[in-house]
Every structure is written in structure tokens, then in C-alpha cells.
Design a protein around this ligand. Structure first.
Ligand code: HEC
Length: 252
């Protein structure tokens, strides 16, 4: 019995560790949709243009991403590879990790498995959580990852938030005027960006959706296969049903 309980403790240990993980900062929720190819394609474009200067996706191959996202290889190579790499190569970058540590305090980690490490809610909030803080080397801080070494690389899209934004806040409205009293995200901008707040949130949804896909590329494949497997089982059922009837016909 003792052994059984010990074994059970080991089984649940990772679950408990997950539940206890993180400092418990409230997050905004996003639900990835790996079937939404247009969203994944927009996310891939954002990741390539805004993230791959510093972060690699070294567990992924360009060609696999192009195929999964339905982007023809030649278009992908022409528009989404800036390092001169070939379509069959892994998604490395040229920034040296030791140099990067000197520049940013910490090297930018590989992002292939980031969505599995942090979760999609964390990422969706983190990318919308930069705000002005003149005490920091790049003039910005982040609600979700305080004192992060990463600059606000999406500032030309979002702008820069004038005060610290909060997340996971239920929206509340003034009953008389209908004015919004509280809600998640940035309220005041010190610098305006090229996107509206709604457009920026949508862009970050696409980017996190893409990061979710990167963490589990075979999920797309298994969803596709799953449909065929279910159709096959349904088809098989018809034959099994009649075969069963045939066998039991003479048994009373
Ligand atoms: C100018 C270089 C640079 C660019 C461009 C950049 N980052 Fe970063 N990023 C960093 C650095 C440096 C860190 C490490 C910060 C630290 O640990 O303090 C980091 C950390 C992160 C983290 C947290 C990693 C962790 O779990 O500790 C995430 C997530 C992230 N970046 C996502 C992105 C995304 C998404 C993009 C594209 C929109 C992007 N980054 C673009 C430099 C960059």
C-alpha cells in the first residue's frame, strides 16, 4: 500500500508542480486555433519579422512549417527567410548567444517550445504587457515578466503604454454612462503605434497561435489524420454490425 501511495505521489507530482508554477500573476486568456491557417500564416510573418532577429526556432525546419501552414516553398523562401538559409534547414539565427547576454543581460531563449514552457495565456499577456519605465535600460518594463531584458520590439505596432497595464481583469461598466471602468490591458499610450489596441490584440493572438503550433507541430497532423480515422471507424462499424447480426442469426 505504501509503495502504491508513493507511486501515486510521483504520478501527480508534475501536475502539482505545474499548478504551483509562476508567481500567480493574473493573465488574459486566449484559446489557440490550429485549424485557422490564415491566423497561423500571419503569426509566422510576425515571428519572422519581429522575433527571429534575436530568437531561434531551432527545433523546427522551414520546410515543415511551410507545408503545415500551406505556404508554397518558393514563396516562403523568398519572403520569410532572411538569413540566406535553405528551405530544408533548421530555423537557426545568426546572433551569438554570448554577445546577446552582454547586450541584454540574458540571451534570448529559443522559442520552439516556449508555448509549452509558459503557456499561451502567459505569452498572450506578456506580449501586451510592456510599459514605459525610465529606470530600465531600454526604457520599458513588463507586468508579466518584471525587469525583462527584452526591449519592446513591437512598439511600432502597439505604441508604448504610459502606465503599467494589468491582466485577467473582468471588464466593469458604469451603470449610468456605460463607460468602461476597468478592463485588461493598456489604457493610456505614451507613444502611439500603427495599430489600434484591438488590431494589436488580434495580431498578438495570431503570433501566440503560431507559437502554440511551433510547440506541437504534430498536433495539426494528428487533427487531420483523426478525421480520417473516425471516418474509417464509422465505415467499419457498418460491416461489423452486419457481421455481428449474421453470426447471431441462428442463436436463440
Ligand atoms: C532585440 C532582441 C529581441 C527581439 C527582437 C525579441 N526578443 Fe524576446 N527576448 C529577448 C531577450 C534578451 C530575452 C531574455 C530576457 C530575460 O530573460 O531577461 C527575451 C525573452 C523573451 C521571452 C521570455 C522567455 C522566457 O520564458 O524566459 C519571450 C516569450 C520572448 N522573448 C518572446 C519574443 C517574441 C514573441 C518576439 C517577437 C515579437 C521577441 N521575443 C523578439 C530579446 C528579443
Amino acid at each position: 500500500m505504501k509503495k502504491f501511495i508513493t507511486a501515486l505521489a510521483f504520478v501527480f507530482a508534475p501536475v502539482l508542480a505545474m499548478a504551483a508554477g509562476g508567481p500567480g500573476i493574473p493573465l488574459d486568456h486566449m484559446k489557440p486555433d490550429l485549424e485557422d491557417r490564415a491566423s497561423l500564416q500571419r503569426g509566422a510573418a510576425l515571428a519572422t519579422n519581429y522575433c527571429m532577429g534575436c530568437h531561434s526556432f531551432k527545433f523546427a525546419r522551414y520546410e515543415r512549417v511551410a507545408t503545415d501552414l500551406g505556404i508554397p516553398n518558393d514563396l516562403y523562401e523568398k519572403n520569410l527567410i532572411f538569413t540566406g538559409a535553405k528551405i530544408g534547414e533548421l530555423m537557426h539565427i545568426s546572433m551569438d548567444s554570448a554577445d546577446a547576454k552582454g547586450w541584454f543581460g540574458n540571451p534570448p531563449p529559443d522559442l520552439s517550445l516556449e508555448a509549452r514552457l509558459r503557456g499561451t495565456d502567459w505569452l498572450y499577456s506578456y506580449l501586451r504587457a510592456f510599459y514605459v519605465d525610465d529606470s530600465r535600460p531600454y526604457g520599458v518594463n513588463n507586468t508579466i515578466f518584471p525587469d525583462v531584458g527584452m526591449p519592446h520590439v513591437l512598439a511600432d505596432l502597439q505604441g508604448v503604454c504610459a502606465e503599467q497595464p494589468h491582466f485577467g481583469v473582468e471588464p466593469q461598466y458604469d451603470p449610468l454612462s456605460g463607460r468602461e471602468l476597468t478592463s485588461s490591458g493598456c489604457k493610456e499610450y505614451a507613444v502611439k503605434g500603427s495599430l489600434s489596441p484591438e488590431e494589436y490584440d488580434k495580431a498578438m493572438y495570431d503570433l501566440v497561435n503560431f507559437l502554440a503550433y511551433m510547440g506541437e507541430p504534430s498536433k495539426l497532423e494528428s487533427h487531420r489524420l483523426g478525421k480520417y480515422v473516425l471516418a474509417f471507424l464509422a465505415f467499419l462499424f457498418i460491416f461489423v454490425y452486419f457481421l455481428n447480426r449474421e453470426y447471431w442469426k441462428d442463436v436463440h
